[in-house]
Design a binder for this molecule. Structure first.
Ligand SMILES: *Cc1c(COP(=O)(O)O)cnc(C)c1O
Length: 375
């Protein structure tokens, strides 16, 4: 047993960060109340500029969620019925909603066995003459292979969209994710590395024409007030969210450093545990550990034993998208994407958030070591 009094470690606890930042957050909210810029407005504009500086993107377009960002990305490229969009089989469902929303067909592909991010080889074999876009996901906070993916996409003349919902602060080589593809899509859902106090999202792009199109689409397709030349949407970011995101963006680097510190402690404490696979950091990619995803062949037994000893775990993700009931009509059978399917059976996530205390991290390490030898 450890000397510390820790007996419970939550997989995630949003209260700690929210309470710690409460004075700054309340001041930010108050500035919106005072200025009445409730929908878009000056705080959203300021955040867009700050996020552009942070990512190196020429343009940032604030929207109301990551799901809306992905939808707008495909709309801006004119993707529609009869078109195909390639997405990884192992990701959160919203990546696949985007093609579905525009009436296109999501075409799934497999992931790399080491990073669990979309594999360029799998994309290459899924591209057809109907492919209008590829959406890669920087899964768990680590960049996908942008060199490999861009090579495949450029050879076939297909635009690459980056779903960077889990990767605020992640780098590929020296560049922030979200700027190597034609557009990057970010979510600021409260549990993400950069989380709002509610729903919010953004797109990044270096293409001025696309940026203008995205700004128009998010606000009812009106360049001139009450003039609508195309179907538009109400995907505007709320002023409150822009204001709190500016506050949280100032802390993002520190938060991600702390996530990496916790990940290093997990790596140091858990390497060599029999049958336990730890996440791999690929050279040249700055991993920001949105999740710390391990694998174990007896995942259920291990996570049950951890839960009994007070260690919370997550599942990202227990069922690959081609096996989701909603996509059954697409006809993908078991065995279509073996890497994604095996991963879905084996993955589990350890507690990971910047406010985890060292004693809690130590308790997780000690408990995983203890139960791994029993299951
Ligand atoms: C969270 C997430 C989204 C969706 O973002 P929302 O803001 O919740 O709509 C999309 N893709 C991935 C990979 C995500 O993790």
């Amino acid at each position: 047993m450890s000397d510390s009094a820790v007996t419970q470690v939550p997989v995630f606890d949003l209260k700690r960060q929210t309470q710690a930042l409460k004075p700054e957050l309340m001041a930010a909210l108050e500035s919106v109340v005072d200025g009445c810029g409730f929908s878009l407005g000056p705080q959203v504009k300021a955040f867009e500029e700050e996020f552009a500086a942070a990512t190196g993107a020429a343009h940032v377009i604030g929207v109301d969620s990551g799901t809306s960002a992905l939808h707008l990305a495909l709309l801006a490229l004119g993707v529609g019925p009869g078109d195909e969009v390639i997405v990884p089989a192992l990701t959160f469902i919203a990546t696949a909603w985007a093609p579905t929303y525009v009436g296109a067909t999501p075409v799934f592909c497999d992931v790399d066995p080491v990073t669990l991010c979309m594999s360029p080889e799998s994309v290459a074999s899924a591209i057809t003459d109907k492919t209008k876009a590829v959406i890669c996901v920087h899964l768990y906070g680590q960049s996908a292979d942008l060199t490999g993916l861009n090579a495949v996409c450029q050879e076939k003349g297909v635009p690459l969209i980056e779903d960077a919902a889990q990767a605020q602060g992640a780098l590929f080589e020296d560049r922030h994710v979200g700027i190597d593809g034609v557009m990057g899509c970010f979510s600021f859902y409260p549990t993400k590395n950069l989380g709002a106090l509610g729903d919010a999202g953004a797109l990044t792009t270096n293409d001025e024409a696309l940026a203008a199109e995205l700004r128009t689409l998010r606000d009812h397709s009106q360049k001139v007030k009450y003039q609508h030349h195309a179907v538009g949407f109400n995907y505007r970011m709320a002023g409150f969210q822009g204001a709190v995101l500016s506050v949280k963006l100032r802390h993002l680097g520190g938060f991600n450093d702390r996530r990496r510190e916790i990940a290093a402690a997990y790596h140091a404490g858990l390497s060599g545990v029999s049958e336990l696979t730890l996440p791999t950091e690929v050279a040249g990619r700055h991993h920001v550990y949105h999740q710390f995803v391990c694998r174990h062949p007896r995942r259920e037994a291990l996570t049950t034993a951890l839960r009994e000893r007070g260690v919370g775990t997550g599942l990202h993700y227990p069922r690959p998208l081609h096996r989701q009931p909603v996509y059954e009509p697409l006809g993908y059978g078991v065995g279509s994407f073996p890497v994604s399917e095996t991963a879905a059976d084996e993955v589990f996530s350890l507690p990971m958030f910047p406010e985890l205390r060292d004693e809690e991290v130590a308790y997780v390490v000690e408990t995983v070591r203890a139960v791994a030898s029993e299951v």
